[in-house]
Design a protein around this ligand. Sequence first.
Ligand code: NAD
Length: 297
Amino acid sequence: MRIGFIGLGHMGNPMVRNLLKHKHTLKVYDVVPDLVRKMVDQGGKAAESIADTAKDVDVVITMLPSSPHVRSVYMGPSGLIASAPPGTLLIDSSTIDPLTAREVEMDTRAKNCPMVDAPVSGGVGGAEAGTLTFMVGGEKADYEAARPILECMGKNIVHCGGPGNGQVAKICNNMMLAIEMIATSEGMTLAAKLGMDPKVFAGIVNTSSGRCWSSDTYNPYPGVLDGVPASRGYSGGFGSDLMLKDLTLVTDAAKSARHPVLLGAIAQQVYQKHSADGNGGKDFSSVILQYMTGSPP
Ligand code: NAD
């Protein structure tokens, strides 16, 4: 396939490398020329602009920071909607709000370009290993068309329903994850303060009803698990600022749906404070530091 790819950052770079490994032809674009040069060294062809990326390709994939970037790349005067020939399949893998995803999809459909939203979970590690989960929103036929391409970059490619539903799945999942991580942090630090050995306590939780992914696979308490960010000063992993971004998307979406997300809103504020305290670059499990007075053990 001839594929155009826009957004060559932390996620886009390894995703392009996996597409190249599967012998696709890649035309790549980013506003940062150095990132384009890196991909050309790997076998991609440099595009001059967004419009040029959409020329002579079958598919365009975008992997951009947030909703305003997606709006401008798709809806701007020289954006994808203005320049992609009818029939070009458009795949947006950025995490954005479902309403923007639906608006962009409506406009692409009016230009006869099929589009799916396909945000990912799995982080940079999953992108490197080609094991991402893609949550895909869009018409079933467009999902089927996108699937073989997404399979070059991921392991689980799930159809979530109509346009925007990929984003719905992504942000609601991450809201649950944030709440669960804060709950685990609260319980772990309280048990330690009341005199329990955190490792013994985690062992009990993980065979009891308090067990969750944050307690048994990604425990935030230092020294409980090996190989997780908590055991290396919260470096690597999924940044607290990225979690804050997803929580802000989900609370905004809940506001527009007039649906209460009481714990989601608290989680958003906890991460906002955590970020304001200078922890935005640390893995999201570092939120436990909000409960540790003095230096962490
Ligand atoms: P990033 O900031 O590293 O990369 C985004 C790239 O888009 C940058 O290189 C930027 O220069 C480029 N860009 C911005 N505006 C552009 C424009 N108008 N034209 C061309 N290029 C433009 O971000 P990332 O970490 O790669 O994340 C991308 C998306 O994936 C985000 O929506 C993020 O929430 C989501 N995501 C990230 C992770 C992660 O662990 N990093 C995990 C899951 C989902």
